[in-house]
Design a protein. Structure first.
Length: 231
């Protein structure tokens, strides 16, 4: 996971350089595709494939509008998503298979709708928790709990079907109550062990959580973690 995070960092830096050079969207799509290929070649897995797509869309949209205004950014995200869908929509992926099998929209619907899970669910949950006096860590877990309850997570659906998604949503409700009571850490450790036994992961939730936390850092509402704590 740590090696793959490093690859995503390099990808976003390369993508940013392309945007600063005013290259066309096709160039940025090619950069994202090469990043996916590199990750698969070096790690033998498509870990963070969703983060490459989501991070790329948000970065391109943010560059286009150059604004901290959330409705403006959301409109740009929708526009970029539609442009990408016309020329390079993801095909033959586990997410696509899960979307077809279970009749959900997944990350494609999310970006085309301007990331409602981020801006209508996750970020407001963080801000509400802070307003109640929670520290940044507890507020981040509040954000996670709300996303677990609402995201159409195609990774969970692909691995464990509808039962896996139902598990996430039930655990999200429990996590929300436990965070409010300050008793969430033991629960998270127990769920982590259970999910490993079940082969259950929540990639969609993780991607959207990362996007939300990144936006809060960008706006100065959340302090970035020290480099040493990321290892």
């Amino acid at each position: 996971m740590e090696r793959s995070i490093g690859l995503v960092d390099g990808y976003l830096r390369t993508l940013g350089g392309s945007l600063l050079r005013d290259e066309p969207l096709g160039a940025q799509i090619a950069i994202a595709q090469r990043a996916e290929q590199m990750m698969l070649a070096e790690l033998g897995t498509n870990t963070h494939k969703g983060a490459i797509f989501l991070g790329g869309v948000v970065l391109i949209a943010s560059h286009r509008v150059g604004s901290h205004d959330e409705p403006t950014l959301r409109a740009a995200v929708s526009s970029v998503a539609r442009e990408i869908a016309e020329v390079a929509a993801p095909r033959a992926t586990n997410g696509e298979a899960a979307r077809r099998r279970h009749g959900v929209g997944g990350i494609l619907r999310e970006v085309e709708a301007g990331l409602p899970s981020v801006f209508e669910v996750g970020v407001p949950a963080f801000r509400a928790a802070v307003a109640r006096g929670a520290d940044e860590e507890a507020a981040s877990f509040s954000m996670l709990s709300r996303l677990m309850q609402t995201v159409e997570d195609t990774t969970a659906l692909h691995r464990c079907g509808s039962a896996g998604l139902a598990r996430l949503r039930a655990d999200g409700r429990s996590l929300e109550r436990l965070v409010a009571a300050g008793r969430h850490v033991p629960f998270l450790r127990e769920r982590n062990a259970l999910y490993r036994r079940m082969n259950l992961t929540m990639g969609g939730v993780a991607d959207l959580l990362g996007a939300g936390l990144g936006w809060l850092v960008h706006r100065g509402e959340l302090r970035p973690a020290p480099v040493s704590s990321r290892r």
